[in-house]
Write a protein that binds this ligand. Structure first.
Ligand code: KIV
Ligand code: NA
Length: 271
């Protein structure tokens, strides 16, 4: 079996060849992402993509473990990182360890991701010291939607930029093997990348980051809507719709199934 990429290997990529990450929530897409990416993120964006929630707040640890395990079965070389969902890690470092240990034990993944900067630093250090690789996530942190009030980009003025830079430094110093930087003004993405030891993985955070990530369904053109920072590398929505429409038409006209799709009787055994 191929050896998977590890947290120390990802950490060592700082300033080097860009780290390629995409999300996946299920075995068949994981197998495709695994061929080309360093890291597969089982993001809590599965709440939006798979379950139709408007935010990631309702996502549960059970959902993350179920899809994390599916992605592990579908992939073999990428490092698989599973998002810790809202409510599973914020209350205390002990709660975070308990939840994260479940994710590692029950999925076999290589690391977890938590949202938050300065406020999460103590927890991140606690996890890392106890054998749990942690990816940080600063800038726009969608699990905080109810206190933020909107999904607007961050770091567009000096005060907000300074705060997010402090967040990134705290997460890096706590021992995160990499940090997702989401939806921040371009100069801040660059500044954070130059200022912290952990590789930064940008999503709407500039080309200066040490790597990039997108939500797979967004870049494939399957999501009905996607943020400004998403480049659409595919246009799968219309292709899938056409296939479904053709199937429905052919069932109604009895053109499907054809003779090639049916089983024939076994030939009679000679007497
Ligand atoms: O949940 C997710 O997909 C993420 C990425 C957007 C970084 O956290
Ligand atoms: Na997420």
């Amino acid at each position: 079996a191929a050896r998977r990429k590890t947290a120390p290997e990802i950490f060592a990529r700082k300033g080097g060849e860009p780290i390629v990450m995409l999300t996946s929530y299920h075995a068949h897409t994981a197998a495709l992402v695994d061929k080309y990416c360093d890291i597969i993120l089982v993001g809590d964006s599965l709440g939006n993509v798979m379950h139709g929630f408007e935010t990631t707040v309702p996502v549960t640890l059970e959902m993350m473990i179920l899809q994390g395990h599916a992605v592990m079965r579908g992939s073999k070389q990428a490092m698989v990182v599973v998002d810790m969902p809202f409510g599973s890690y914020e209350a205390s470092k002990e709660q975070a360890f308990h939840s994260a240990a479940r994710v590692l034990k029950e999925t076999g993944c290589g690391g977890i991701k938590v949202e938050g900067g300065v406020r999460m630093a103590e927890t991140i250090a606690f996890l890392v010291e106890r054998g749990i690789p942690v990816m940080g996530h600063v800038g726009l942190t969608p699990q905080s939607i109810n206190t933020l009030g909107s999904f607007r980009a961050r770091g567009r003025d000096e005060a907000d930029s300074a705060m997010i830079l402090e967040d990134a430094k705290a997460v890096s110093e706590a021992g995160a093997f990499s940090i997702v930087v989401e939806a921040v003004a371009e100069p801040l993405g660059r500044k954070i990348t130059e200022s912290v030891a952990s590789p930064t993985i940008g999503i709407g955070a500039s080309v200066a980051c040490d790597g990039q990530v997108l939500v797979l369904e967004d870049m494939l053109g399957l999501s009905p809507w996607a943020p400004k920072f998403v480049k659409r590398y595919g246009d799968l929505g219309p292709g899938i719709e056409k296939a479904i429409q053709d199937y429905a038409d052919e069932v109604r006209s009895r053109a499907f199934p054809g003779p090639e799709h049916v089983y024939n009787l076994k030939p009679k055994a000679p007497k």
